[in-house]
Design a binder for this molecule. Structure first.
Ligand SMILES: [Fe+2]
Length: 206
């Protein structure tokens, strides 16, 4: 029969059972970051030079901040929508929220693959985004739609610019994310949202 092992002494003189305690408060008030925001590491061998990565990361962080803002605007409008189109807009807004959430992850992970640091927290996103800030108040459905379309347009104009820059620099992966994921999703959502503000008769044809 195997002899039971005596608990090992921890360097500080405690036993093993004490070493499973979480180590708290590890200098988060005096941070020494692994990597500073705005810098680009060449860690991953993906065949792109530093200048190309840096430019793509800068563009993608802008796209990320704007996408996170649009995502949150969809949830705000999902909760606050009112009127005869309540149910369809309530459902549509949440569908688009989920799709924008997917884009957020795709963009952020592309930034990390390129060696950058993805913007993440709400206050940092608020500083970076170029989408106009909506009020805390509840707004009419047509105003909600107009705000969403304006935000989509800001993102789409940037997509065209960033896709071309990435293509010119040879960053095909970033070009693909911008065109196949972000641009295509935003264009489709623009269609679905826009058709709600076409003034057509509800009951009797004109
Ligand atoms: Fe909901």
């Amino acid at each position: 029969m195997a002899k039971s092992k005596a608990p090992e002494k921890h360097p500080q003189g405690t036993t093993d059972s004490a070493s499973v305690q979480p180590v708290m408060n590890q200098q988060f008030d005096a941070p020494k970051p692994l990597q500073k925001y705005g810098t680009v590491s060449q860690r991953l061998p993906i065949g792109l030079d530093e200048k190309t990565r840096q430019e793509s990361v800068t563009s993608l962080n802008q796209l990320l901040a704007d996408t996170m803002t649009l995502r949150d605007m969809y949830k705000k409008h999902h909760w606050q929508v009112v009127g005869p189109t309540f149910y369809q807009l309530h459902l549509l807004y949440d569908k688009h929220y989920e799709e924008q959430s997917g884009l957020v992850d795709t963009i952020a992970e592309r930034i990390q693959i390129l060696g950058g640091v993805a913007v993440a927290m709400a206050h940092d996103v608020a500083e970076l985004t170029t989408i106009p800030r909506p009020p805390k108040d509840r707004e009419e459905a047509p105003v909600q739609v107009s705000r969403l379309l304006e935000a989509h347009q800001i993102i789409l104009k940037n997509c065209h610019k960033y896709a071309k820059e990435a293509d010119d620099a040879g960053d095909d992966g970033t070009n693909d994310v911008v065109v196949s994921d972000v641009m295509r999703t935003n264009e489709l959502q623009v269609w679905f949202v826009s058709e709600h503000v076409v003034d057509t008769p509800l009951v009797r044809a004109e």
